[in-house]
Ligand binder design. Structure first.
Ligand SMILES: Nc1ncnc2c1ncn2[C@@H]1O[C@H](COP(=O)(O)OP(=O)(O)O)[C@@H](O)[C@H]1O
Ligand SMILES: [Mg+2]
Length: 259
């Protein structure tokens, strides 16, 4: 579904992404792991249009999407989740979902012609959709709570919910488990699996928690020093000498830095 071909993203002389080539298969939940500084987030940013690549290509379903702006990728169903913006934190969880760009029909001309009745109908439909999403996420009880007042894990669920307000095809998640308690992490994992099996979403997931990766991801891609180092099941990559070295190598470097 996504093909990354010899992708580079340099910052000055520093090669954050340094010739990465990899594929994300349609229907998969692909894990992306690797030591800190491996270039995972930079790779996501380039794929999702937040950063221009220095060179290389990103192809989605055979179409070259390299360097397209995020809103165009959004309309193609390629989404990366974002933290709930500060200015939306006083709005309710339901309102946050209703605000997702593209969730509205966008037929403003029609709305004008048919007037307030049409707008009210649209709003009812949006509200129903948002409530269905909240129900899917098992957080219906938070519908009227301000988004800024829910827990970190619940916010992650709401971020996932935003992808459900539009027709997402592939969703990129960067460290969705960071700072989330075990119970909610399990709920997030379940939600990802359900979106995958019930709604056909493809996922690419960056995560440090290997239990989480092992539970939901296959295959797992290991990135180190800006490129793909290995790919396989979690068991495969855990047994891979180069992978062990890559993790150990940064461990040693860190120690040297501390010392
Ligand atoms: N905007 C930037 N300017 C300069 N260096 C950057 C920038 N973004 C990331 N880097 C560097 O690129 C490297 C890879 O970062 P990142 O993609 O965040 O890695 P990961 O997500 O795998 O931890 C890091 O050494 C980081 O300091
Ligand atoms: Mg990162």
């Amino acid at each position: 579904m996504i093909k990354v071909e010899n992708l580079h993203r340099h910052f000055g002389a520093f090669r954050a992404v340094d010739g990465a080539s990899l594929e994300i298969a349609k229907g998969s939940i692909t894990g992306l792991v690797g030591p800190n500084g491996a270039g995972k987030t930079t790779l996501f940013n380039v794929i999702a249009g937040a950063l221009q690549p220095t060179s290389g290509r990103v192809v989605m379903d055979g179409e070259d999407i390299t360097g397209l702006p995020p809103h165009e990728l959004f309309h193609k169903g390629l989404l990366r989740t974002f933290q709930i913006a500060h200015e939306f934190s006083s709005m309710s969880c339901r309102e946050n979902l209703m605000m997702v760009p593209g969730a509205q029909s966008g037929e403003t001309l029609w709305s004008t012609w048919f007037g307030r009745k049409r707008i009210a109908e649209e709003e009812r439909a949006l509200k129903a959709k948002a409530d269905e999403v909240l129900d899917f996420l098992t957080i219906s009880h938070l519908a009227d709570h301000p988004a800024g007042a829910i827990s970190g894990g619940q916010k992650k669920l709401l971020e996932l919910g935003r992808t459900m307000m539009v027709d997402a095809k592939i969703v990129f998640l960067d460290e969705v488990g960071a700072g989330v308690n075990r119970t909610l992490l399990n709920t997030i994992a379940d939600t990802i699996v359900r979106l995958n099996t019930e709604r056909g979403y493809t996922f690419c997931v960056i995560e440090h928690d290997m239990d989480f990766i092992g539970r939901i991801c296959d295959p797992v891609i290991v990135m180190a020093e800006g490129k793909k180092l290995a790919e396989g099941s979690l068991a495969d990559i855990k047994a891979n000498e180069q992978v062990i070295e890559a993790y150990l190598g940064t461990g040693l470097k860190n120690k040297e830095q501390v010392g």
